[in-house]
Design a protein around this ligand. Structure first.
Ligand code: FAD
Ligand code: NDP
Length: 515
């Protein structure tokens, strides 16, 4: 009996033929599944859910190894459980705390002197939200007919995956295509006491104990964001910086972020690395450290140590050598089609070598891959000009090139940088500091001045830059930008008012808000 499955015709597939897949209930398919996805995070789930839309038989394996202090979580991967989502909720908790103080200046009768967040209540609310997302995700997989197994998968050979059932039995299944989307986990430094006494971002969002005085080691996205929400919630974070803050970002903007954090009372320990962590008799943690510039050793006492020193790709449990998949450092090497060196094995998301570690990148690359595998699409993932935001209290968002990148690739004489400080209207009444509200556009110097990069430090930067990212991808020029009528009074409109170039040497500080 021939069974015909009509498959979804997506608008994204307008170039493809309408797909009709035929399967026979008599002929046994060569493989158990058309696609097995290893990893149920942002990239894996997006790929699995898209593939079933086109009739593929899909199974997704997801498994979370507990952290050294025993934290574990459900389906959905890093973003949902220990990344973007809980981080954004903590960020919001801090913004609300600030808003209460501002409300007083706006005439609200609030006794803002004694407001104090309830850490345990906040953690409970955050975890409740995460659990609801875990639940919805499982229901969604069931409804869409993606088979889900909560188990660690590893290769037996290039088409065979081994896993353990709930009952503890080992099983094997075969797949025509395999997508590896296992993501990464935080690194720990190789120093005494690191895993025994330190925690990471994998633990902080469900940490029952109030963190108190916290040493945050690392000055990348995770380190700065965690330090900021801890400060906003009333704790005393210190950031230990090995070299520079926010490596890879525009230097001027990164320094402004650090200055904004310092102004808010966050302490930075520069050019230093920890060398040991010990538990003191009173329960506090003694952190020994070395200043690599002066070679001076020192020690400080903290309640919590949080490692934010980058992430390691989870290749160790995959037995990739059995499938012959090539790796570099702890990541998987892929080509422009996300294919590994083994033609039917692919990788998406954080596990890919040399690509941005961001949720929307993982999701879109997973989706596009599924469309290419099962719907005849030829559309490739474009990894250029990916917008991103560092969720510090004044957020820093950017898209495109940093000033340094533009100068390096085009030459300083071919670059024009438009810039300006600005004063958000809503900052005036509560007398909030506007010292670090700054934005710039890095552009070509000739013609209509194609914009190469946009950078913004200020309120809701992520919301502001998201729209400009689409414009930049569409070839935005300074001419178009300055010909765009702003929405007043917003901070995003400042991009339409950028008239001062760095080359002119004119003062980029505004005299008033509306001229
Ligand atoms: P993951 O989401 O990590 O999913 C991989 C899954 O596979 C995990 O569940 C893992 O346990 C599982 N797994 C591993 N090995 C196996 C195996 N052998 N078998 C089965 N399952 C396995 N990105 C943003 O865009 N915006 C943000 O604001 C943001 N904030 C972040 C904040 C923090 C604190 C962190 C740590 C990250 C943040 N990120 C953010 C990055 C984002 O979370 C990741 O880029 C994204 O989750 C990567 O998705 P993925 O599918 O590649 O991997
Ligand atoms: P990063 O690689 O961005 O930063 C790691 C930091 O740790 C750097 O400051 C690095 O210093 C420092 N470091 C590394 N090793 C050591 C060591 N042994 N001792 C002391 N310091 C050390 O990693 P993150 O964990 O912050 O972030 C990982 C990824 O997660 C990001 O690249 C991002 O893609 C994603 N993410 C995205 C977010 C967002 O979109 N808002 C938020 C959080 C994470 P040095 O510069 O000297 O190497």
């Amino acid at each position: 009996m021939l069974h015909l499955k009509l498959l979804k015709k997506s608008s994204a597939l307008s170039n493809c033929k309408f797909l009709v897949r035929s399967t026979s209930s008599v002929t046994k398919p060569k493989y158990d599944y058309d696609l097995v996805v290893l990893g149920g995070g942002s990239g894996g789930l997006a790929c699995a859910k898209e593939a079933v839309e086109y009739g593929a038989r899909v199974l997704c394996l997801d498994y979370v190894k507990p952290t050294p202090v025993g934290t574990t979580w459900g389906i959905g991967g890093t973003c949902v459980n220990v990344g973007c989502i809980p981080k954004k909720l903590m960020h919001q908790a801090c913004l609300l705390g600030e808003a209460v103080h501002e409300a007083v200046a706006y005439g609200w009768n609030v006794n803002a002197q004694n407001i104090k967040p309830d850490w345990k209540k906040l953690i409970k609310s955050v975890q409740n939200h995460i659990k609801s997302v875990n639940w919805v995700t499982r229901v969604d997989l069931r409804d869409k007919k993606v088979e889900y197994v909560n188990s660690m998968g590893s290769f037996v050979d290039a088409h065979t995956i081994d896993y353990k059932t709930k009952q503890g039995e080992r099983r094997q299944l075969t797949a025509e295509h395999v997508v590896v989307a296992v993501g990464g986990r935080p690194r720990y430094p190789s120093i005494p006491g690191a895993t025994q006494f330190g925690i990471t971002s994998d633990d902080i969002f469900s940490y029952e104990k109030e963190p108190g005085r916290t040493l945050v080691v690392g000055a990348g996205y995770v380190g700065l964001e965690c330090a900021c929400f801890l400060k906003g919630l009333g704790y005393e974070p210190t950031v230990m910086v090995r070299s520079i803050v926010l490596r890879g970002f525009d230097r001027q903007m990164s320094e402004l972020v650090a200055a904004m954090m310092s102004e808010r009372g966050i302490r930075f320990v520069d050019t230093s690395i920890p060398t040991a962590v010990e538990r003191m008799p009173n329960g506090c943690l003694l952190v020994k450290h070395l200043n690599t510039a002066t070679e001076q050793e020192g020690s400080d006492v903290y309640d919590t140590v949080l490692w934010a020193i980058g992430r390691k790709g989870l290749i160790d449990d995959l037995n990739l050598q059995a499938a012959g998949v090539a790796t570099k450092n702890d990541k998987i090497v892929v080509d422009h089609t996300e294919a590994t060196n083994v033609p039917h094995i692919y990788a998406v998301g954080d596990i890919i070598y040399g690509r941005p570690e961001l949720t929307p990148v993982a999701i879109l690359s997973g989706r596009l891959l599924a469309r290419r595998l099962f719907a005849g699409s030829t559309q490739l993932m474009d990894y250029t000009d990916v917008a991103t935001t560092v969720f510090t209290p004044l957020e820093y968002a950017c898209v495109g090139m940093s000033e340094e990148m533009a100068i390096e690739s085009r030459g300083a004489e071919n670059i024009e940088v438009f810039h300006g400080y600005y004063k958000p209207t809503e900052f005036f009444i509560p007398q909030k500091s506007v010292r670090h509200c700054y934005l710039k556009a890095v552009a070509e110097v000739t013609g209509d001045q194609k914009i190469l990069g946009l950078h913004y430090l200020g309120p809701v930067a992520g919301e502001v830059i998201q729209g400009f990212a689409a414009a930049l991808k569409s070839g935005l020029t300074v001419k178009t930008l300055l010909n765009t009528v702003g929405i007043h009074p917003t901070t995003a409109e400042e991009f339409t008012r950028l008239s001062i170039t760095k080359r002119s040497g004119r003062d980029p500080t505004p005299a008033s808000c509306c001229s």
